[in-house]
Design a protein around this ligand. Structure first.
Ligand code: AMP
Length: 471
């Protein structure tokens, strides 16, 4: 049984560049928003694998001295967030092993929904697990495969997995990249040109990582596709039959950076359209539109443009809030939101405010925000959310709490409005969200957190649900 669901991560891989580890460092730096708890890089010079992992932010973990100890032309990297108590170094990635298929390091974004069953079977047959991460299951399946080659063993292993996985592997003088058949989590590929016309291949969760290293975005690793880059060049193959595509819409709502192209679409564009549609569906008679930074900014801009109500940055974010903040005495504790955001009284005093945020999960943050805006002098606070009510937990790699804690799973919109103490509350409709990601014709996205309709069979749904309760 896993005491931890593996989620909210960023992955990166580069093949054939003399500064592979440095590029991985920069790639992870750009992907830091996808996970701030631990990070790691594995590099290879073709024969030896070098690994450094640690708890904390990429910029703090990878000093020039550490990067100097990661030689080789090939590298993979990972940045990770987890919520469970067991979030220690042991589960930090990349995971690295030596087995009968050679030296393999792996980094994973997503969540394997049948990992608990696979692990039970493997343990029953004698496997000894080192971590509580679902990713380790893949390595055991690869090691136990009777296929002789790593690609063959990996193919066999991947076909046994259910759920969400965007995976990067480093194995000697090869990197192997794979994405689950539904394409839940993003995985982009690109090229980096070096002097002399030599080109190296790069892969990342989001294209903002390519921008930083000067790589060109060429497209996405397809759902159900495996890409191998080695001395013989780059090969792409479909390892799994085609399944219904189910891209995570929450990447466009909240998770990804707005300067990224995710699932072939600009995140900024999706969020602005969400805001425009929100203004049409949930208008309010107000003086200013205020975003909850940073994720609410593009939607608030869209709302303002569509409604003609002026946009104001009336909540200022402190960008230096770190994990290491030491809470002072009990009396002045519970800073919560205050530590991160401060209202601009000058802009709010006497105003009727439309406050735009991307989601209400438990409702506690939203209530603090509404109170904060009101106590800074706002006359009215109209809360607008740029997606539908979050009613179901995600089992595909986004951190959502159990059904019991999801306010919209248990309360009407009017009850939520009262809880968050807003004068009015409006959510974007599901059809409008679909249109904002241009999915109203094709149906290629997963909306399970808003509908409860999970695109894969979850045979162990009770177990998955109860793993949320324990957190
Ligand atoms: P609350 O009102 O306590 O439910 O918190 C809502 C806030 O949490 C919003 O400002 C969101 O931007 C943020 N949020 C939503 N989903 C997530 C997530 N999966 N991880 C971290 N923050 C989130």
């Amino acid at each position: 049984m896993f005491d931890e669901l593996h989620e909210e991560c960023g992955v990166f891989a580069v093949y054939g560049h003399p500064e592979a580890a440095n590029l991985a460092y920069l790639g992870l730096y750009a992907l830091q928003h996808r996970g701030q708890e631990s990070a790691g890089i594995a590099s290879s010079d073709g024969r030896n694998t070098h690994l450094h992992r640690g708890m904390g932010h990429v910029a703090d973990l990878f000093t020039p001295e550490v990067l100097g100890r990661l030689p080789g032309d090939h590298a993979i990297g990972h940045t990770r967030y987890s919520t469970a108590g067991d979030s220690g170094l042991l589960n930090a990635q990349p995971l690295s092993v030596t087995c009968n298929k050679g030296k393999i390091a792996v980094a994973h974004n997503g969540n394997i929904t049948n990992a608990a069953e696979l692990r039970r079977e493997l343990e029953h047959d004698g496997s000894i697990f080192q971590t509580s991460s679902d990713t380790e299951v893949i390595l055991h399946l690869v090691a136990r495969s009777r296929e002789r080659t790593l690609p063959g063993a990996l193919r066999e292993a991947l076909l046994q997995l259910e759920g969400a996985f965007s995976l990067v592997f480093l194995a000697g003088d090869r990197i192997l990249i794979a994405r689950d058949p539904h394409g839940f989590r993003p995985l982009a590929f690109g090229q980096l040109e070096m002097s002399g016309g030599h080109v190296s291949s790069v892969f990342a969760s989001e294209t903002c990582a390519f921008d930083l290293i000067g790589a060109v975005y060429l497209g996405d690793v397809e759902p159900g596709e495996m890409v191998i880059v080695g001395p013989e060049g780059l090969t792409r193959e479909r390892y799994a039959p085609k399944r219904d595509t189910a891209h995570c819409v929450f990447e466009h709502v909240y998770f990804a950076r707005p300067d990224s192209i995710v699932f072939g679409r600009s995140v900024e564009e999706s969020r602005e359209i969400q805001g425009r549609k929100l203004a049409r569906e949930c208008p309010a008679d107000a003086d200013i539109v205020v975003p909850v930074p940073d994720s609410g900014v593009p939607a608030a801009l869209g709302y303002s443009t569509e409604s003609g109500i002026p946009y104001r940055n009336a909540l200022i974010r402190n960008h230096y809030v770190g994990r290491t903040f030491i809470e002072p005495s009990q009396a002045i504790r519970d800073f919560g939101v205050k530590l991160k955001l401060n209202p601009v009284r000058h802009l709010l005093e006497g105003k009727r405010v439309i406050l735009v945020d991307d989601s209400i999960v438990r409702g506690t943050t939203s209530r603090k925000l509404v109170r904060m805006v009101r106590s800074a002098g706002a006359r009215e606070v109209h809360l607008r959310i740029s997606c539908p009510p979050t009613i179901s937990p995600c089992f595909y790699g986004v951190d959502t709490p159990s059904v019991g804690e999801l306010i919209a799973a248990n309360n009407s919109i009017e009850e939520i409005r009262r809880f968050v103490e807003a004068d009015s509350l409006g959510y974007l409709s599901l059809p409008a969200l679909r249109e904002s990601v241009a999915d109203h014709v094709e149906h290629k996205y997963c909306y399970a957190c808003y509908t409860g309709n999970y695109p894969t069979e979850l045979v162990n749904i009770d177990e998955l649900m109860s793993s949320r309760e324990r957190r």
